[in-house]
Structure formats: C-alpha cells, structure tokens
Design a binder for this molecule. Structure first.
Ligand SMILES: [Zn+2]
Length: 335
C-alpha cells in the first residue's frame, strides 16, 4: 500500500469500514432465487455487515413464508464463505470479524401466525429476529397505518406482545397504526423498533410516523430506522441529503442513540408494480405507490456517513446510527 492509498483510507471511508453497518430491512426477489447470490452479495460488496432479509409481508400465507425461509436458509448455508445466519448480538461481531455478511430474517405483520401464538417461537428458531405487528391494514393483532380507524391492540395482540417478549423476538411497529403502536409500546418493558419508518414531520405520508411515536420509541430505549424509499422521504426523492435530513430530525428530537438504518431496498424493482397493483387496500393510490418509485441503494451508505460527518456529527454518533444502536437493542432483546 503506498502513501496515496493510505491517505484515501483515512477519514469517512475508514470510519465506515470499521463501523458495524446494519441495514435492518431489505427485500429479495422471492420468485427468483437464482438472483440471490448476486443480490445478497451486493450488501457485502457495499460494506454492509448485517442485513435483515424479509421472508413475508402483508398477506403472505404461512406456507409461502416457510418456503421462502427454507430456500434462504439453504442458500446461506451453501455459501459459508460469504454469509452466516446470525441469531445473537455476539454472532454479529464474529461475522464482521470474519468478513462475512450476517443475515437474519424479518416478517412484516403477524398475519401469517393467524391465531397460533406458538408460531412465534418457530419463526425465531428459523432465524426471524423481528416481526412487525401489523402490515398497513388490520389483522388479529391490531390496526395498520392505512386503516381509517385504529381500534388499538386487540386482546390477542396483547398475548402476541407477551409471547414475543418471552421468546426474544424484537417487536416492530412499522406499518402499524398510531394507536396500536402506542398500545404495543405501553404493554412492554423491552425496546421496540420502527424497522423502516420515517418522521412524518418531514414528509406527511400515512406510512411515516408522528413525533409522538418517535418519542415513545426512544423512551423505552428503541430505535427508529430511516427508510430509503423516495415516496416516504419526499416527492419520490431518495437522495442522500434527504435521507440524512430524516436521520437528523429524529436525532434532534430524541438523540443519536435512537436512530438506525432500514433502507427497505427492493432488489426486483421491475416486479414491484405488479405486486402493488394487486391490492388497493394494502397500497392505496393516494399513498403514491403506483409510480416508478425511487430507492436508496445500500451502495450509497458510505455517502450517508460522509454527509453525517460533514454536518458535524461525532464519530460515535455516526457509528450508532450505522448499526451500533440496533446492535444494542439486539443484545437486550434477542435471547
Ligand atoms: Zn415494509
């Protein structure tokens, strides 16, 4: 390595390389497993250390979800030089030290568990480490962010919260209605995440969360992970500047210890329109879903680090936002 190389590796790039970089939510093309090797490896090549990979959302039934997780587990195990399935905070540090992408799974909404609480522990054993309570519209647990009326957490939903806490499954309130999310946070003593939600103060969209939810999440030690989808950031604006504006709003409101990253990157963007067209209830036209949606790709995360430093963020705060804060919550909640 000559002097020029060394110089180019100091500063923001060095901080980013050494930090734990955690993208809390991404979506692979489930119908095209032959693409996974390239798609998952994009995270690794982009310097991401931990990736939460979705195995089902909205109304994906249990059987389909099991097929998805089985294929992904097999894929990860077939490429042990690149990937490792992690279930503990300690295993994440081991994966980073070994230069492997740490992978866990997530489920968006409790739809697929129906009324069977014991599935939560099965999901956990399969590698799921967070589950959103509700996806956009009501299920057995409560109401979604696109429901006209939010009835709050149901009696069954309270049992789901208890069981998730017992099992060590992190509770996520993204996609969940305001009152239901508040009820979840008032019925637990463990931190909760908004795994991929932006502040509504900067972009008035039903998928975004009012400051009161940001405050409640921080109060119980949780983390709000900023989403990289253009329609939730601004007028279909997935720029680094706007993404960092959203980080900064939450930091100014509740402190840098309560912010993370959940890009919600969709690898098969061509297929997305067809999925959204299937349900106007899940993705209402007034939400702006029916357009060529802009995404912030994981490859742009080093620019987020640069922008945070440029705005005067302390290095420790940048490390927290990039992944240290989510790691703290994982260490507290995952058992
Ligand atoms: Zn989502």
């Amino acid at each position: 390595m000559d002097a020029l190389d060394r110089a180019s590796r100091t500063g923001p790039a060095d901080l980013h390389a050494n930090a734990l970089v955690w993208d809390n939510h991404g979506c692979l093309p489930m119908e095209a497993p032959d693409r996974w090797l390239d798609d998952l490896d994009r995270y690794r090549r982009a310097g991401v250390d931990v990736a939460g990979v979705n195995i089902g959302d909205s109304h994906v039934p249990l059987e389909e979800l099991i097929h998805n997780v089985a294929r992904l587990r097999a894929h990860v195990k077939q490429h042990p030089d690149r990937y490792v399935l992690v279930g503990t905070a300690a295993a994440i540090l081991e994966a980073k030290a070994a230069g492997k992408l740490a992978i866990f799974f997530d489920v968006e909404g409790a739809f697929s568990i129906g009324d069977n609480l014991s599935l939560i522990e099965l999901y956990y054993e399969l590698g799921v480490r967070w589950m959103a309570m509700v996806y956009n519209i009501a299920n057995n647990v409560g109401s979604g962010c696109h429901d006209a009326v939010d009835g709050g957490l149901t009696p069954f939903g309270r049992r789901v919260v208890e069981e998730m806490d017992r099992v060590g499954m992190l509770k996520c309130c993204t996609h969940t209605g305001y009152r239901t999310a508040m009820d979840v946070m008032n019925n637990t003593d463990k931190p909760v995440v908004f795994s991929h939600s932006n502040p509504r103060a900067l972009r008035d969209h039903p998928r975004n969360i009012p400051d009161e939810l940001v405050d409640a999440c921080a109060r119980i030690g949780g983390v709000v992970c900023i989403n990289g989808i253009g329609i939730f950031l601004g007028a279909n604006d997935a720029s680094v500047k706007t993404f960092v504006d959203h980080i900064d709003h939450v930091v100014q409101r509740v402190g840098a210890a309560h912010v993370g990253v959940g890009l919600d990157y969709v690898f098969d963007q061509e297929g997305l329109g067809g999925i959204i067209a299937q349900s106007a209830a899940l993705w209402p036209p007034e939400g702006g879903y029916q357009q060529d949606i802009a995404f912030m790709a994981p490859e742009r995360l080093p620019e987020v680090t640069e922008e945070l430093l440029r705005r005067g963020y302390a290095e420790d705060d940048v490390r927290g936002v990039l992944g240290g804060n989510l790691w703290r919550v994982a260490r507290q909640v995952w058992v």
